[in-house]
Each structure stands twice: as C-alpha cells, then as structure tokens.
Design a protein around this ligand. Structure first.
Ligand code: SAM
Length: 215
C-alpha cells in the first residue's frame, strides 16, 4: 500500500512555482466564480486601514491585493508581501516595477516562521493563503504577535458548502487532489488563537471572510 504524501513546504514549492509561472491560469483559478473583485474589496474594507499604515499580505502570491491596499494606505504607508515561493515573489517584483511602487517590501519566508517585529503591523490579510500554509496554526500565532493591539487579521478563504448544498463538497476533493488546497478548520483555529472572530459566508457557504482583532 502506498503511503499518502504529507502536504509540506515541498508540496507548496512544487504546486505554486507552477502557478507562479503561469499567471493567467492562476488568475482564472482564483476568480471566486466572478466575485473576485467584490470579495477582495470586502477584505480591504474590513481592515479599516488609514493613510500611512503598515500592512502585511501573508502568502501574497503574485500580489493581486497590492493595488487595493495602496488605495487605502497611500504612498506614506507600507506593504509587506510574504510568500514562500520564488516564482510568486518574481511576479510581485514585476508588478512593483511596472507601477513604480516604492513602499512595498517583499520577503521570501515561510509564514509559520514569519520574522516580523511584535506589535508592529496595522493590519494583515491572507487570501486563500492560510489554507495553503502547511503549519498554518504557527502562522496564525505569528500574525497575532506581529499585529498591534486593536488591529485586524482579515482572511478570505474556502470552506465546505453549507446545507443544502453539501452535495457540491466533492469539488473540494478535486482541489485537494490537485494539491493546491488543504482541508483545515481555519475559522476555529483563528478563533482559538485570537479569542474572537467574525465570519461572513459567501457563495453558498463555500467561501468566507473572517475578521479577528488582536486583544
Ligand atoms: C492560492 S495562493 C494565494 C495567493 C494570494 N494571496 C492571492 O491573493 O491570490 C497561495 C499562496 O500561498 C503561498 N504559500 C503557501 N505556503 C506558504 C508558506 N508556508 N509561507 C508563505 N507562503 C506560502 C504560495 O506560495 C501561494 O503563493
């Protein structure tokens, strides 16, 4: 009997270096059934950012959130984009160069070992990021430490369909089979670490935005 391969940083490297090289297919893959712009804007609205703020985009991929974040923080603010995969960081660099942005720092790091100062961030987002991080609980703990008191972690991610749409849940098996999605209970894990959470469901319950505030 062959042993099931464990989802690991090696898997992350294999899967996301492929997606990082083929940006168009990646964008189609993360289109949230046409609700992409709406959901991404909701994430940024929920952060309650101000001009000059410093915000982390955790597992930032090719930087699809940078534009929206810039609108809120302005040129005096700072975006920190963290991703584990070189091909994703390369896409971010291209985007930064094209837009002549001077206030974005890109770090190639494992989110579970995030090296950022405690109490230094005004906001953190993660868009289908934490579900892709192998040791996501360590990453959530790092987020909690790096946030200033009263500031927010906002997560947009997937979960199983709610009743009566559960019949559609095998679709997630397909995503897991492609190894680009790992089943996790992010809502419970964020709630346990932050000791609070507000969740709004979208797309028949298969997608959620969670907001947690550092106490
Ligand atoms: C589905 S993509 C989401 C990208 C992006 N947040 C977006 O808005 O499209 C998941 C990302 O998580 C990154 N990732 C997975 N594990 C990671 C880890 N341990 N540390 C940092 N980034 C990681 C992958 O490289 C990939 O870019």
């Amino acid at each position: 009997m062959t042993k099931k391969k464990k989802y690991s940083l090696k898997t992350v490297q294999e899967v996301y270096s492929y997606w990082g090289k083929s940006l168009l297919s990646y964008k189609i893959g993360v289109c949230f059934f046409g609700y992409n712009n709406h959901l991404r804007r909701q994430v940024v609205e929920n952060l309650k950012l101000r001009k000059g703020d410093t915000v982390l985009d955790l597992a930032c991929g090719p930087g699809l959130m940078f534009n929206l974040l810039q609108e809120k923080i302005g040129s005096k603010g700072k975006i920190i984009g963290v991703d584990y995969v070189d091909e994703m960081i390369k896409q971010c660099k291209k985007l930064v160069k094209k837009n002549k942005w001077k206030n974005i720092v890109l770090l190639k790091q494992d989110a579970a070992k995030l090296k950022l100062k405690n109490n230094s961030l005004d906001g953190i987002i993660s868009i289908i990021g934490l579900s892709a991080v192998p040791n996501h609980k360590a990453a959530i703990r790092k987020c909690c430490s790096a946030l200033k008191k009263g500031k927010r972690l906002v997560v947009l991610d997937g979960k199983e369909f709610r009743k009566p749409f559960r019949i559609l849940n095998p679709l997630f098996k397909l995503l897991r089979w492609s190894k680009s999605y790992e089943k996790k209970d992010l809502i419970t894990d964020i709630k346990t670490i932050f000791r609070n959470i507000k969740v709004k469901e979208y797309l028949l319950g298969s997608t959620f935005i969670a907001v947690a505030i550092k106490k």
